[in-house]
Design a protein around this ligand. Sequence first.
Ligand SMILES: [Zn+2]
Length: 350
Amino acid sequence: MKSLVMERKMELSLRDFPEISRAEETLGPRDVRIKLHTVGICGSDVHYYTHGKVGPFEVTEPMVLGHEAAGTVIEVGSEVTNLSIGDRVCMEPGIPDATSKAARLGMYNIDPAVRFWATPPVHGVLRPTCVHPADFTFKLPDNVSFAEGAMVEPLAVGVHAATKARVKPGDVAVVMGAGPIGLVTALSALAAGCARVFVTDLAEKKLEIAASLSPAITPVHAGTDDLTTTVMAATENWGADIVFEATGAPKAAAGVFQPLAPGGCVVFIGGQADPIAYDAGAAMVREARVENIFRYAHVFPRCVGMLASGAIDVKPLITRKFDFNDSVRAFEIAASAPMADVKMQIELPQ
Ligand SMILES: [Zn+2]
């Protein structure tokens, strides 16, 4: 069976991929071998395809894309006790060095040595099988589908952001951006206890999906409605307790303090390629707390738990599915940034 290979910028092919090294395919005593079932297309996968790089990571040799994955365990290493053959699982795509200083401090996600799928030189998982540490492989309960399992990776970002924000019951939040990360952040903020979440975007259809997720979500059209006016009107001129920036757009990020309440918290989620404007005066008079996140650290079990209990439902975010044979076309469509799509996923043949 073939793999989805990014040959170079703007060139993908479905082909056999013998370049996967023997080391990557060898099952260690604490590893499992997984047959991939569903893989989501992430903004970073698309960015590699269209730009050939993300930040400092440049694709210089053919690389398999994909890191939001769920599948079935088909082989277990001799020391693995928590998983068995046939288990349906999702996988955390970043493998840290457990002995590193960052890992020992509980922040392995910001260890520069993390090996993360589909980040050169590490291959992704739009391929038949992969070998992964059992410690970073999480069993899916029967009532959580492969499609939902492949949403755990982006959901983890939202859950990590809500954790950093230290949401209190009844907080009012703003989420800037209604893409996959914005919407999983809105869901995570609600699950963490927010009374109300304002979600802003330019895309009508994405706002419709946002509004459909919960009666506690209020969509705000970034082109026609003024976010700060809307939030102030709804909060007796106090502002939002938390503002999550999930657009990565410098213009949106420059305005994060405007709708923020005194003593509130801003969480920067969206990546920025270049330095951006930051209204230090507006932050100062509010004594704003500012948090930044980079991926997540050990929140997959919480995400799976919330999907299983129904505390979070990510199904409405999955707007399109493609057969693996159509995966090149799926990336072409994703690269056109369709206004009506949130998350697209690819299903591999079983
Ligand atoms: Zn992702």
